[in-house]
Design a protein around this ligand. Structure first.
Ligand code: ADP
Ligand code: MG
Length: 320
């Protein structure tokens, strides 16, 4: 099992000003020392509630964002701070699929133009071959060649997401980062698109990072799952282990809230409190502490580290 991507202690902070005349900016630490390995051919799920940093992580990996600190290695090559010109080859190998298929497809382009774009920019095939490559890509995402002349607004959301996938695999990438690619779809369409990802992975040998706010979506899909909370990974394990033996109280709460598409596993009922401005803050302690139903004496005072509790199962909690 070789590691295709290694992320080591990545940090990303956004500085936001309320207005132009505001001298003081507010800082949001979206990624706080995130470390991850992606194994060749696997699907790694990233889950966590809205705002925990999933999209920032995905966009940092494809270098749409530049990390503030840390290191990222693609096939052992350091790509952390590559210049735009040297990023070109890397971008061919690692592609991003956006959450909102309509917003991510240019409405003035036909489906053919949309898929042709990466073929042109990465010089894939000769000009005369590109039409037949586009038709093959459409077939790969289970659409007929006649879609080549259609426009995004003429398609269903599921068909649009298929076009997004065809565009992403056009450059024959080795890694796909899919950012909540099925969130906007009906449940039956979700299942079809998840199956499509699986087929493509088998046929093309792609490694996938699959981002979702809903654990149930990736239950039977991801090989491993990383759970994020406020910019940190709080638990990571093989899927089976994570779903059947969750250790972090936050993971347990997420599993209790998930409506499983596949299993009828008995679940504990855990209700997490919503956070608001008045919620207590513990800057020296665990970031989940104010909502934790298992909070102990040390939790507000001590920062937990990610520790291995069994083979490949890591948890960031003082209580495990
Ligand atoms: N471009 C940006 N500018 C400023 N703040 C941002 C930006 N992108 C994300 N954030 C903030 O960073 C945090 C993580 O956001 P994001 O990565 O989008 O989370 P998720 O995808 O898990 O919902 C949030 O608090 C969000 O408001
Ligand atoms: Mg997001």
């Amino acid at each position: 099992m070789s590691c295709i991507l290694q992320i080591k202690n990545i940090k990303k902070t956004f500085h936001i000003k309320k207005s132009f005349f505001d001298f003081k900016s507010r800082s949001i630490c979206a990624l706080d020392n995130v470390s991850l390995d992606l194994i060749e051919g696997e699907t790694l799920g990233i889950v966590g509630e809205s705002g925990c940093g999933k999209t920032t992580l995905g966009k940092t990996i494809v270098r749409l964002y530049r990390p503030d600190e840390g290191q990222m290695l693609y096939k052992k090559k350091d790509i952390t701070f590559l210049s735009e010109s040297r990023l070109f080859r890397y971008r061919k190998m690692i592609q991003f699929i956006f959450q909102d298929p309509l917003a991510s497809l240019n409405p003035r382009f036909t489906v053919g133009d949309i898929i042709r774009e990466p073929l042109d920019s990465f010089s894939i095939g000769s000009k005369s071959e590109r039409n037949s490559i586009i038709i093959k890509l459409l077939e790969k995402v289970e659409l007929s060649g006649e879609f080549i002349r259609r426009y995004p607004h003429e398609l269903s959301n599921g068909q649009r997401q298929r076009i997004g996938i065809a565009r992403a695999i056009a450059s024959k990438p080795s890694i796909l980062i899919a950012d909540e690619p099925v969130s906007s779809l009906d449940v039956t369409v979700q299942v079809k698109i998840l199956n499509l990802f699986k087929t493509l992975q088998k046929d093309l040998g792609i490694s996938i990072i699959f981002i979702s706010h809903d654990l149930s979506i990736i239950e039977n899909f991801a090989d491993r799952v990383a759970v994020m909370y406020r910019g940190k990974i709080v638990e990571i394990a093989k899927s089976n282990e994570l779903y059947n033996n969750p250790q972090h109280p936050y993971t347990r709460a997420l599993i209790s809230a998930a409506t499983s598409l596949y299993t009828t596993r008995k679940k504990e009922k855990i209700y997490l409190e919503e956070e608001n401005e008045n919620s207590p803050k513990y800057p020296n302690g665990c970031s989940f502490c104010s909502r934790c139903f298992m909070k102990a004496k040390d939790c507000p005072e001590k920062k937990p580290v990610l520790k291995e509790v069994s083979d490949g199962h890591f948890v960031r909690c003082l209580l495990v």
